[in-house]
Design a binder for this molecule. Structure first.
Ligand SMILES: [Zn+2]
Length: 161
């Protein structure tokens, strides 16, 4: 899949970790915003093409790894205004985050991806077998109790920044 990679706020030293990629699934212009490897929000043209109002909308925040109410969103007349609003929202959101929040998000993402990979491989999860034991697609024996540990140890994506 071809993503357009573009610097987001390359002029702001503190924001160099943010990048944007065109959303390939959106019919209208939409951008997914990334902080390193974490998808932290979107900026795009509003669907339905509202007349007389803001044409753009943005959403900032990720979950799990944040509290209800931490994420925010809004509308704007154009991309630049939406980007500025996103920038403010992100600095607030980021100021409330800890490394543990990012770890929680990455672990959740790894677990989700692993379950899909298990289904794709035709493997049963330990929760789906009578004795609570199963074999991972990588060949490892896993049980209900050590399933998460195995995912985090063997199937976590590298924290590429
Ligand atoms: Zn495995």
């Amino acid at each position: 899949m071809d993503f357009v990679h573009a610097p987001f706020w390359s002029n702001l030293a503190t924001m160099t970790a943010l990048t944007r990629r065109r959303d390939p699934d959106a019919r209208q212009e939409a951008w997914r915003i990334f902080y390193g490897d974490v998808h932290v929000g979107t900026i795009g043209i509003r669907s339905g093409n509202p007349t007389g109002g803001d044409q753009w909308s943005w959403h900032c925040g990720f979950y799990p790894g944040s509290n209800p109410g931490d994420a925010s969103d809004g509308t704007a007349p154009n991309f630049d205004v939406a980007r500025a609003a996103f920038e403010s929202a992100w600095s607030v959101f980021l100021s409330k985050r800890t490394e543990a929040d990012f770890l929680e998000y990455r672990r959740h993402r790894a677990s989700t991806a692993w379950k899909y990979a298990m289904w794709d491989a035709g493997c049963k999860l330990p929760t789906q077998t009578a004795d609570g034991r199963a074999r991972c697609f990588c060949g490892a024996e896993i049980g209900i109790a050590d399933m998460d540990q195995h995912i985090y140890a063997a199937h976590m994506e590298a924290n590429a920044a």
